[in-house]
Design a protein around this ligand. Sequence first.
Ligand SMILES: Cc1cc2nc3c(=O)[nH]c(=O)nc-3n(C[C@H](O)[C@H](O)[C@H](O)COP(=O)(O)OP(=O)(O)OC[C@H]3O[C@@H](n4cnc5c(N)ncnc54)[C@H](O)[C@@H]3O)c2cc1C
Length: 155
Amino acid sequence: MPAHSEDDEDKPCRACSDFKTWAKSQNKVTFTSPTKQPKPRPKDCPLDKDEIGTSTWAFLHSMASYYPKKPTKKQSEDMARFFNIFAQFYPCEPCALDFQADIKQHPPRTENQDTLAKWLCERHNTVNIKLGKPVFDCTRVHERWRDGWVDGSCD
Ligand SMILES: Cc1cc2nc3c(=O)[nH]c(=O)nc-3n(C[C@H](O)[C@H](O)[C@H](O)COP(=O)(O)OP(=O)(O)OC[C@H]3O[C@@H](n4cnc5c(N)ncnc54)[C@H](O)[C@@H]3O)c2cc1C
């Protein structure tokens, strides 16, 4: 079960929807008439589901790509524990529930850097498929999150 507070149950969940949907549920105006241009938002607003998602994936994939190549037994156990705890506290509750179910079926592969990065890439692809987004080529996960693309475009 997720660790979300019962006090929050009646409040619309900003972390569980994209900003437009959330604003609509609050009867807030997100577009200026008549040009239908999005209303500019300050940079220091709470994150919506997609913003939290992208920031979280950036952290998780970077962590996996910098995880030790030869972790100690303790590091390997701690990393597995980290993902199980992370899944309980992820702020988008429906996302967290699906992620908990997914990692129950596919437990964290913390043997070394490559197994962890590939495992996480596959978990992200499970979410991508659910959302109808393109599947990422997991053979390139370290290029994306640690080394930069082989064509040198990030150098
Ligand atoms: C644990 C978790 C569960 C989530 N569950 C849901 C959910 O149930 N419903 C929902 O609507 N949203 C969910 N999200 C958010 C969702 O995954 C996206 O973050 C959000 O939709 C924004 O997508 P995006 O297109 O900006 O790119 P993101 O999916 O955020 O990806 C960011 C970048 O990661 C790279 N990338 C893409 N796929 C992979 C991969 N497989 N491996 C490595 N790198 C990759 C790409 O360069 C991409 O630009 C979840 C996020 C997390 C962290």
